[in-house]
Design a binder for this molecule. Structure first.
Ligand code: AMP
Length: 113
């Protein structure tokens, strides 16, 4: 299996890493869609949100807590920010290893495009 985000998590591929712990890694998105745009990625390979299993609930909660802490550090938390996990092609998923997008630093549109 050749997964880009597994390679980043194991340091076989480069990324601008901003957080790492036993469960996840966070790094700057290579093609930012907002002034702040980073990804929070579990180290465990899970292809899409549809492959989540019993027992993964704490891991998903952890991703959100890490994302919120980094958003505070980056000073986008009070103004507001968006967290999103795209699932499958029509939602725009391009990397099949789940990741939480965190976007902020500008006004977000709703409904999203
Ligand atoms: P998605 O399209 O929801 O699967 O999101 C994948 C995200 O990964 C996109 O926003 C890409 O810009 C980002 N991305 C792809 N390759 C890299 C990379 N090598 N380092 C950082 N971000 C990446």
């Amino acid at each position: 299996m050749d997964c880009l985000f597994c390679r980043i998590a194991s340091k076989k591929a480069a990324a601008k890493i901003i957080h790492e712990d036993d469960e996840c890694i966070a790094f700057e998105d290579i093609a930012p869609q907002a002034p702040v745009h980073f990804l929070v990625v579990p180290k465990k390979h899970i292809a899409t949100t549809l492959e989540l299993k019993d027992g993964d609930e704490a891991l998903i909660g952890h991703l959100y807590r890490v994302a919120g802490r980094i958003a505070q550090e980056k000073d986008i938390a009070v103004r507001g920010f968006r967290m999103v996990m795209n699932t499958n092609p029509e939602a725009g998923q391009s990397v099949y290893h789940i990741h939480l997008h965190v976007l902020g630093g500008r006004r977000m549109h709703w409904p999203p495009g």
